[in-house]
Design a protein around this ligand. Structure first.
Ligand code: MG
Length: 256
């Protein structure tokens, strides 16, 4: 079931999303060679809690009963890690790494979800292109995040743009509705046929999130039960925002 948010609920969503954007800005400022992903995690947790929010990923249940709950406030995924990397004091950023940060701030009953990928220092041309294509895929997708279109129109625009640029989308994970829960209906794949899926209506709030692999689409899960990596070892990028469907143009709520 897809929840259509009221004006009051949308106002609360906007506050959670602003806090998500603020935490991303603080992390972006801190990214440099020599910093650990655990330090980035602490920065995010501090800014979220100081602003009366809660880092929603911390304690999030694992995919099965054998996997411990997610232990950190952000997902920090380096190079060939696609999503759900666990911050650690042993993971130290180096010049030329790419790092994807996915974080969800929860405030006054609502969630804001966004992901960014950064190059540490000066990266390769290939990585620069990977990041640009991943980000632009989101903006290609939201050209269809409008009343009257369907979820499949967003999915198709993202998937086709990524393919045209010689990269692959992840098929096993997808975007999602968001609101009181971090994950709500509908699912939003990063590939698919136009004209399919639920119709978009004003008041829907959607986390749209291209996950792009420089090489082949196949992924693996590491033994920690969380971290998803590319099977061929190629790099991967992630770009996500929480988007409000309106009567006219979509509003991107997590750009700050
Ligand atoms: Mg996310």
């Amino acid at each position: 079931m897809i929840y259509i948010k009221s004006k009051r609920e949308i106002d609360l969503m906007k506050e959670a999303c602003k806090l998500t954007a603020l935490a991303h800005k603080e992390i972006e400022k801190a990214i440099r060679p020599g910093i650990s992903t655990l330090e980035l995690d602490k920065i995010a947790e501090k800014v979220i809690r100081e602003n009366n929010g809660v880092p929603a990923q911390k304690g999030y249940p694992g995919p099965d009963k054998y996997t411990p709950n997610f232990p950190a406030s952000i997902c920090a995924s380096i190079n060939d890690e696609v999503i759900h990397g666990i911050p650690s004091n042993k993971v130290i950023l180096k010049e030329g790494d790419i790092i994807s940060i996915d974080l969800v701030a929860y405030k006054d009953g609502f969630n804001g979800d966004a992901a960014r990928t950064y190059i540490v220092g000066k990266g390769s041309k290939e990585d620069q292109k990977l990041l640009e294509v991943t980000k632009q895929a989101f903006f290609e997708g939201i050209k269809f995040a409008k009343k009257g279109y369907r979820i499949g129109d967003i999915s198709n625009a993202i998937g086709e743009y990524v393919k045209e640029n010689g990269f692959s989308v992840v098929k096993e994970f997808q975007g999602h509705g968001i609101g009181r829960s971090m994950h709500e209906d509908p699912g939003i794949p990063n590939y698919g046929k136009p004209g399919k899926g639920p119709k978009l209506e004003p008041g829907m709030t959607l986390a749209i999130e291209p996950m792009v692999i420089a090489g082949k689409s196949s992924i693996l899960m590491l033994d920690d039960g969380w971290t998803i990596v590319t099977e061929d070892g190629s790099n991967s990028a992630h770009y996500e925002n929480t988007v409000l469907i309106t009567e006219k143009e979509p509003e991107v709520l997590t750009l700050g």
